[in-house]
Design a protein around this ligand. Structure first.
Ligand code: AMP
Length: 173
């Protein structure tokens, strides 16, 4: 399945979750077995020549693509979660929202120094969430190999905030 065919499955919902937002809904991709396989295959292609120890997925849609990617790469999977969800000792990173800040967490023992890490989410907008995930991995001594997204909202220039890192996306708006 081509990237254009995958893109045609993304459902755009206006004014969700609030007025003025064009929400890019990936659930039709998950529902389509051929598209789901194709997305994971495309993501795998970006790291085929790399040794990857850990795939880090960002809550919650990053989990849906991150776990199959980790299986395909023979890597482990680590979740980045919202504040207060993880039961054991955590590291934290804060990032700016339009109004206020948000905090994400990762288990302190999830990444070992020198681990080679790929970060995955469904979508990059401003890059704030992905930047926080980078912060968590680096606090624990992990090495970021690449950041992978199914969708990139180019106008929000998220990749500019991640300069120096390999950022890849399958579909751009
Ligand atoms: P950001 O931190 O601004 O890059 O936002 C990325 C996070 O917010 C990802 O976890 C996305 O799932 C979610 N997100 C932001 N904007 C949208 C959008 N227009 N449609 C769907 N998800 C979005």
């Amino acid at each position: 399945m081509t990237l254009d065919e995958i893109k045609s499955l993304v459902r755009t919902v206006a004014d969700f979750p609030k007025e003025g937002i064009l929400f890019r809904d990936i659930t039709p991709i998950l529902r389509d077995p051929v598209a789901l396989r194709a997305v994971v295959d495309h993501l795998v292609n970006y790291c085929r020549d790399e040794r990857v120890d850990v795939v880090v997925g960002i809550e919650s849609r990053g989990f849906m693509f991150g776990v199959p990617l980790s299986l395909a790469l023979g890597a482990g999977f680590v979740p980045v979660r919202k504040l207060g969800k993880l039961p054991s000792e955590v590291v934290q990173a804060e990032y700016a929202l339009e109004y206020g800040t948000n905090t994400v967490e990762m288990h302190r023992d999830a990444i070992r120094p020198g681990d080679r890490v790929v970060i995955v989410d469904d979508l990059i907008a401003t890059g704030g969430t992905a930047g926080a995930a980078v912060d968590l991995v680096e606090q624990l001594g992990g090495e970021i190999i690449s950041l992978l997204f199914v969708i990139e909202l180019a106008a929000l220039q998220g990749r500019e905030s991640l300069q120096g890192y390999a950022v890849h996306s399958l579909i751009t708006y």
